[in-house]
Each structure stands twice: as structure tokens, then as C-alpha cells.
Design a protein around this ligand. Sequence first.
Ligand SMILES: *Cc1c(COP(=O)(O)O)cnc(C)c1O
Length: 386
Amino acid sequence: MNGVSGTEDMGEGTRAVRAGLPEARKHEPTLPGPVFAAHYHLPGEPTGPYAYGRDDNPTWTLLERAIGELEAPSGGTGTAEGPETVVFASGMAAISAVLLSHAQAGDTVVLPDDGYQALPLVREQLEAYGVEVRTAPTAGDAQLSVLDGAKLLWIETPSNPGLDVCDVRRLVAAAHAAGTLVAVDNTLATPLGQRPLALGADFAVASGTKGLTGHGDLLLGYVVCRDAESAARVRRWRKVVGAIPGPMEAWLAHRSLATLQLRAERQCANALAVALELKDFPEVSGLRYPGLPDDPSHPIAATQMHRFGSVLSFTLPDRAHAERFLAGLRIVDEATSFGAVRSSAERRGRWGGDAVPEGFVRFSAGAEDTADLVADVRRALAAAFH
Ligand SMILES: *Cc1c(COP(=O)(O)O)cnc(C)c1O
């Protein structure tokens, strides 16, 4: 399925705008519109691919091809057809599909203890099914110390919201030597920031709700599987649970991929500019952005990431200062989630799920003009300390 667009050897901007497009046909649109179908004409013997809407949809097929081209452009690393992509209704649907279709009672799974806030819910579910779950922090490759005998290692790098980074190649080498599968949550980086399969992982998993689609108007998830048997399990899980994306969401996502490189370029530049601005404020502590040369994540991030993402985090003295800062921003929405073209920020402590200080702010840089965004942050900070 990979390389359909014939752009494997071209730049990432070219690959993004052409990702997953069907062959040009006279009088057909470049990207065919969403196919709304619960069932398809199917006389006689029921043969695939398109029979029933929970199993397959032509709009998903094109999107899966597009994501596969971005996550695994060279293909050929696993099966003859190359890695296989399966899209889901949300990032959590994709995460659950990998873990619950691969771990059985008696197996051990290793998760990060500082990952996405809904991972503890997955942990509870796995344990209820008799799976042993071990956790360790992302930083310092600490998951290495609890890997013994595990069926699957789950990595989230950079981690959300702490922005720690682990060495994917090193963890994969140790895991594979012991027959352990490795999945990487690539949500924060997006495939233009990091390609887990190229770093050796067996699965690249992500929420497409964030930077991948980047407009804050849809939920989506995907799994890219190196191996055909794993892909069959993940696909079967989607059929069993029915966590399928709507055709409209799938089509909007594909349409959004055309601007992924443009968005990533501006948003990452904006994140760095905001981080550099915050560095000079003595009241700001714990500033984290993997793209800052002196960030603890930078040395490893620089060896495995092509760009460092649109998210930064920092801590203001207390809850009141953080709330005044957020209220003072004019072109940054106070909202959760991240990766959208409109900047957003929030005090993570308000959810109670992450182990962060009361004044901890997660900031998602959008695609505004850099000077405007930096000026807004400067003004809001001044107001918070007035
Ligand atoms: C948002 C997020 C998810 C969950 O994605 P949904 O699309 O909201 O289900 C998973 N992992 C990370 C790192 C996320 O940021």
C-alpha cells in the first residue's frame, strides 16, 4: 500500500500534499469526497473489500494509505506489502486496540507512568483481564528496568505533558532481544517529527485529533503495524469493538494532511520562539521544550526527531498566577488538547490526573504570526505579575 503516490524519495512537503491520493483519472476529483455507506451493493458471493460499513470504507482506505506513506515512507520493512495502517474513531480507540488485541491473561505489559492521562484507565482494564502491568518513567529510559519477560512495551515520547524523551532505538534493541513488542505513541511528534517504525518499533500509534489534523474539529486515531499478523489482530479488534471513524472525519483528516508540513513548520517555530521568550522570565520555572538546546530532552530528541513539536510546558508560582496568565492571553484559547492551528493553553492541575504543580501550564503553539504570539505571551505574563 506504500508509495502509491510515487513520492517516497521526495521532500516531506511534497509527500504531505500528495499523501494517499488515488491515481489521476479524467473528470475525477483529486481527493474523492467522503463515502457515506452502511452497506455496499453486494450481489452473490460476499467478497471484499467493501461489503459492510463497520469493516471497510473507501475514504478510510485513502486515509490509511496517506498516513502509511508519512509514517513509513520506505515501506518494505515487514511484509511484502510494507507496514499496514488502521484508522480508528479516536486515539484512545487506537491505543486500546493494540494493547487489548495483543495482551492476554498472564502476559505482562510495560507502560510509562507519566504518559497520557487516560493510560491509567487502560491499565485498570488490562489488570481486570489478568494482564500484569508495570510502569516506569519515560526519562532516563527507566522502562528498561521493568522490561523482563514483558509481551509488549508501550512508549510515549515526548511524553504528555512532561515532555520527557526516551531513546527509542535503545529501548527497542533491549525489547526485541527479549522477544518483546514495542509500540510508540507518536501523537505529540506527528509523523513529520518522528517515525517510530524507522527507529525499530513494531507499532506507531497516535491520536490524529491533535497535530496530525490540526484544526481542533475532529477526533481520530491510527495504528501503523510493521507486521501483517499484528495488523490483522488490530483490524479484527476494530471490527469487534466497532470504534470506527465517520467518513466525514476521515475525509477531513485526509484533507488536513495536505497542510501538515506547513503547519508543523510554523507551529514548531512558534513553540521555540515562545520557549525562548519564557526563558528570560525569572518567575517562570521548569520550562520544558525538547527543541531548546539546554532542555534535558534535547540530546536524545536531536538523535531521533526531525522537529520538536508544538507543545511546551512551564510552571508559574501558583494556581492564581497561572489563572491570571491564561485569562490575560488574547490570541491563545484556554482549552485542553493541543496541536491545532489556533494556540491554546491550560493549567493541567485543574484535571487532577497528571502529577504536576498547581501553576503548571501546558502551552500549544498554533500557526499565528510569531511576533504576535510572543507579544501576547509577554503581555499576559506581565499582567499575571502586576
Ligand atoms: C490526546 C492523546 C491521546 C488520546 O487521543 P484521543 O483522540 O483524545 O482519544 C493519546 N495519547 C496522547 C499522547 C494524547 O495526547
